[in-house]
Design a protein around this ligand. Structure first.
Ligand code: ZN
Length: 340
């Protein structure tokens, strides 16, 4: 099928699970009640996507507080008690981050519960996301490895371990989120892609990398405003990504200043084209979405285009996110009618 619809990853959490409209929400429950509520919310996220005609559905990231720290909680060697302030994404924001204090090791499975629950309740293709090794390394303080690359490779091995297990759980797509790829472009070609390939090593399911300009929060909007009329960050990393083993690349299109001709550098890759703006509460029309797809078609073969959101929708209001999901399904369907 042409233009299958999918989301970048996260959806807003219901208010009975966590504080609404926040990027770092506090859970409303604890212990076994929280564990059950996460699964209930996962089921809801899947149902909403199915009803909105989203073809490749996600768990909605209902089980994690934040896309990076949701993984780190399951890693030994990290001190969460004594967080330190660090400028992340080349100082775009200051965040209180945990510190690596010893050799990194998984405590056990990370996403087994929600992945298996989601798998048991949908016949659609199922995707799960994890933070990429470069982005993790940019969101944690190192007091052990003494070398960012060495630490990133250690994280890549842990991610690979969990990814292989998720594949056995029946996941169709495993995606790594690497917003840091748009910030440290020289390092991406130097070691970032190597770390990513280590994370996907041996996987037979579809693999994806999501590279965005961030959630629609103020620090990101200010940063985007500083990037000038044309955002050419992708241009520096796409040739190397095209040569890599990754199957799919998820990127921002709608309302971004990315010159779409850059997409022609991703030859041989599926492109998850962002046709839903997560930094605006205005719901896109199917017409607008089909329009973006037709622009992307100038540079990417139509068989390789997946209609997607620009980024995760975690910090959005639920009604807005649900409206955008429905628009996405309708827009992809309109594009199918028109360009099929
Ligand atoms: Zn994103």
């Amino acid at each position: 099928m042409l233009f299958p619809a999918s989301v970048a990853g996260s959806l807003p959490k219901p208010s009975w699970l966590a504080e609404p409209d926040k990027l770092w929400p506090q859970w409303k429950l604890a212990g076994p009640e929280l564990a059950q509520a996460k699964l209930d919310a996962t089921l809801l996220a899947i149902k909403l996507q199915e009803d909105a005609c989203i073809d490749i559905v996600c768990d909605g990231e209902m089980s994690r507080q934040h896309f990076v720290h949701g993984f780190l909680e399951f890693v030994d060697g990290i001190d969460f008690e004594n967080k330190v302030e660090m400028g992340i994404r080349a100082d775009r924001y200051k965040a209180m981050v945990p510190q690596v204090r010893g050799a990194l090791k998984l405590k056990g499975r990370v996403h087994a519960a929600e992945a298996r629950h989601a798998r048991a309740h949908t016949k659609h293709k199922l995707k799960i996301t994890m933070p990429g090794p470069m982005t993790i390394s940019d969101t944690i303080a190192d007091c052990h490895y003494g070398d960012k690359v060495k630490m990133a490779m250690a994280f890549a091995d842990l991610l690979n371990h969990e990814a292989r297990a998720l594949e056995r759980d029946g996941l169709d797509v495993i995606q790594f989120d690497e917003p840091a790829f748009n910030v440290f472009m020289d390092e991406v070609t130097g070691w970032g892609i190597e770390a990513l390939e280590r994370a996907i090593d041996g996987l037979k399911c579809t693999t994806a990398v999501h590279i965005c300009y961030g959630y629609g929060i103020k620090a990101n909007i200010d940063w985007k405003n500083s990037l000038g009329a044309e955002w050419r960050q992708y241009e520096k990393i796409f040739p190397a990504l095209a040569k890599s083993n990754i199957d799919q690349v998820s990127i921002e299109c709608i309302h971004s200043h990315v010159p779409l001709q850059i997409l022609s550098l991703l030859e041989g890759k599926d492109v998850l084209a962002g046709v839903i703006d997560v930094a605006s509460d205005l719901i896109e029309t199917p017409e607008e979405i089909a329009g973006v797809i037709s622009e992307v078609m100038k540079y990417v073969p139509k068989e390789r285009i997946v209609a997607c959101t620009n980024c995760g929708m975690a910090p959005m209001r639920r009604t807005v996110a649900e409206g955008k999901l429905r628009a996405l399904g309708k827009g992809a369907s309109l594009a199918r009618e028109r360009f099929g």
